[in-house]
Structures are given as structure tokens and as C-alpha cells.
Design a protein around this ligand. Structure first.
Ligand SMILES: Cc1ncc(COP(=O)(O)O)c(C=O)c1O
Length: 376
């Protein structure tokens, strides 16, 4: 391959940066996307290269409904789906449509750090709600609702980024009840819902759209390829209609019409479902390799829970340790991780770090962990 930068933060050759939460090249399915593109272009009609309709091509939404019905184990309906360019764009869209500058939004503490910037771009104030091994702490949510009237709660219910844990089914139900009582939306980022390596996680919020408080975000980034820039919002018809009214959508139509044609083929042919199986098999082995390497190297100084899905391990160290300067020194040691504090909306969690097993082989994972351990 040429030396062009393939993504921001791409590491120099020889570096094993376990901070990178992206798929490794061997799990990006070039042949699958080529075949799906060919089957679309073999019969493509000229108008399929036009803008497309706001909510997404009806055939794509129908295929997606079938895929989600299968994947989430509950009937999904095409008229509750809205095409997005992935969860990042969806977060930008919901911040625009469902909140106003100056509004408060609740996030989990910790949470996906790049979402903070999207919310701040929209002038939203962020309030963190703690999580534990069972996910979002409903008692803390209840307490914060005494002080704030959030536009929405942003939650990563399954295989959390960075925590790895899943919010229990009982808590999800309680969150929906609170959302109805206090009139806020639940923006559920379900990007890892289908990436389970043992038992599936509790039912997605996407299966709970009978409540008009649920906005579930899904993406093809982690189950197919980030370059597709394609995802979806699953929500009630009423909220979907509000999304259709955004100026960006009005002007540009379907956000990624061409990708949706290609992805539709992967659903029809079954190649997407087979690819998800392949990912589960590959990541299951990487989780085991990382867990073993951590036991070998970090057992004396850190605590963690082995994740059952997603991309991440979240390590906790003694209170006085700050992982931020160690991360700086990791560069010189040809390795890397994400420091805990970036995942905090309050500049806390300094004694944590996040590792991803998605971007490297098992051998590289073992070597990367050994290099990181040498920095402590
Ligand atoms: C929790 C979470 N949300 C959103 C994204 C980005 O999603 P997309 O590629 O669909 O924009 C990521 C990627 O790391 C993520 O971990």
C-alpha cells in the first residue's frame, strides 16, 4: 500500500497503538463490498444516482428492517427507520433536531469522548451520570433529574465505550419509565449491539420504540466498514418525522444514498450476516489474547472485567495514578492506549485507561500489552 494516511492518528510502522478503536485491515471486507457494488451496478438505473428521499431508500429501509428483526430478535418496521451517515452524524443530527443551544444533556461517566465534542458544537451543557458493572446507575439518574431537565440522555447500553459493560434489561426499562415521566429522550448509541462473543446483550433500545422517548442509533461502521459512512436511527414515527424536517436533510436528501444501495445487496445476499459471524469469531480470540496478556502483565497493578462484546478493555489503577503522562511516554515506546480522563465529562477518571483489541492481531496485542506494562 502507498504511504497515504488512511485515517487520522494512523500510527507509524512498527507501533502497536492499542488506543485505536477501529477494525484491523484483515477485517475490512474488500471483496464483499466489491461484490455488493457489482451486483448493484449490474442493474443500476440512472435515477438511483439521484438524491434519494429524506428518510432513505424504501428498499434499503425494508432490508434493514429484516436485518434488525433478525439481529435484535424483535420485529423492526421500515417506517420507524431513518438513514444516517453513521452514529457520529446521527449524534450531530439529534443534537440539532432534539435540543437547543444552552440545553442540558446527560451522558454516562465515562462515555465515548468524541460525542462530547459533538454536543459542545451544538452549545449543549453536559452532565455526567455514573455507571457501574450493570451499566447506567438509575438512582444517580433519578437524583440528577431533580436538578436538571435534560433534552436527552446519551447512553451506550451494550458493550460500552470505554467500560465494556452492558446496562441490564431491568435498568433499561427503568430508564424508559423515567424518560416518560420527566419528558426527555433516550439517545441510545447501539453501535456494538451485534458484536457479542458469548451470549447476546439485553434487548436493544431499538426494540422499545413503542415509547416515544427512544431514539436508537445503529451503524455499519463496526459490522461492515467505517468507510461506508452509513447507519440508521430507529425511533417512533413521530420522532422520525421531526428528523425529516432538518434543513440539511431537506437540502441534501438521503444522506448516503449510494452506500445504502450497496449495503442493501449485502443484506440480501447474506454476506453481511456471514461477515458479522466472522467478526465475532475473530474478536472472541482477540479478547482472550488481551485478557491473558493482561493477567500476565497487569494483574498486580490493575483491575478489569473481561468484556463479552464490543471493542474495549477498561483498566482501573490505584487512585493516585494518572495515566495521561504515561500515555505520552507510550509514543516513544512504539505503543499506545487512551488515557482515562478523556472519557470523563468532568476531567476525572485519571486512574483508568482504555485498550482496544479491534485493530491488531493476537500476537500484536500480546506484544503491545508487554510494551505498555514496561512504562509503569
Ligand atoms: C460509542 C461510539 N459511537 C459512535 C462511534 C462512531 O460511529 P460511526 O462510525 O458510525 O460514526 C463509535 C466509534 O468508535 C463509538 O465507539
Amino acid at each position: 500500500m502507498s504511504t497515504i494516511a488512511t485515517f487520522d492518528g494512523a500510527p507509524p510502522a512498527g507501533t502497536i497503538n492499542l488506543g485505536i478503536g477501529q477494525p484491523s485491515p484483515d477485517l475490512l471486507p474488500v471483496d464483499l463490498v466489491r461484490e455488493a457494488s457489482e451486483s448493484f451496478f449490474d442493474t443500476a438505473q440512472a435515477l438511483e444516482l439521484n438524491y434519494g428521499v429524506a428518510e432513505g431508500d424504501a428498499r434499503f429501509l425494508q432490508s434493514l428492517a429484516g436485518f434488525l428483526t433478525e439481529g435484535y430478535g424483535a420485529t423492526a418496521s421500515a417506517d420507524e427507520l431513518f438513514e444516517t451517515a453513521g452514529n457520529s452524524q446521527a449524534l450531530d443530527l439529534v443534537s440539532n433536531v432534539f435540543a437547543n443551544p444552552g440545553d442540558t444533556v446527560f451522558v454516562e461517566e465515562p462515555s465515548y469522548f468524541l460525542a462530547f465534542q459533538i454536543f459542545r458544537d451544538h452549545g449543549l451543557n453536559i452532565v455526567g451520570i455514573p455507571v457501574d458493572d450493570d451499566g447506567l446507575c438509575v438512582e444517580s439518574l433519578r437524583e440528577e433529574l431533580r436538578a436538571h431537565e435534560p433534552a436527552f440522555l446519551y447512553t451506550i447500553p451494550s458493550f460500552h465505550n470505554p467500560g465494556g459493560q452492558s446496562t441490564s434489561a431491568a435498568r433499561r426499562q427503568q430508564v424508559v419509565e423515567l424518560a416518560e415521566q420527566h419528558d426527555f429522550l433516550i439517545v441510545a448509541d447501539e453501535v456494538y449491539q451485534l458484536l457479542y462473543y458469548g451470549a447476546p446483550p439485553p434487548p436493544a433500545y431499538g426494540t422499545m420504540t413503542a415509547s416515544e422517548r427512544v431514539v436508537s442509533l445503529g451503524s455499519f461502521s463496526k459490522i461492515l466498514a467505517p468507510a461506508m459512512r452509513l447507519g440508521w436511527i430507529q425511533t417512533s414515527r413521530a420522532l422520525r418525522d421531526q428528523l425529516k424536517g432538518s434543513g440539511f436533510i431537506n437540502s441534501g436528501g438521503s444522506v448516503n444514498h449510494l452506500s445504502s444501495h450497496i449495503v442493501r445487496q449485502t443484506i440480501h445476499s447474506g454476506s453481511l450476516a456471514s461477515h458479522v459471524e466472522k467478526l465475532r469469531d475473530a474478536y472472541r480470540l482477540r479478547v482472550a489474547a488481551m485478557d491473558d496478556a493482561l493477567h500476565e502483565n497487569f494483574r498486580d497493578i490493575a483491575k478489569w472485567t473481561r468484556p463479552e462484546g464490543g471493542y474495549f478493555f477498561w483498566l482501573r489503577f490505584e487512585e493516585s495514578l494518572d495515566t495521561t503522562p504515561i500515555r505520552e511516554s507510550a509514543r516513544g515506546a512504539a505503543t499506545g492506549f487512551q488515557a482515562g480522563s478523556v472519557f470523563s465529562s468532568k476531567g476525572q477518571l485519571k486512574n483508568y485507561l482504555r485498550l482496544s483489541f479491534a485493530h491488531y492481531s493476537e500476537d500484536d496485542i500480546r506484544e503491545g500489552i508487554a510494551r505498555i506494562r514496561a512504562l509503569f
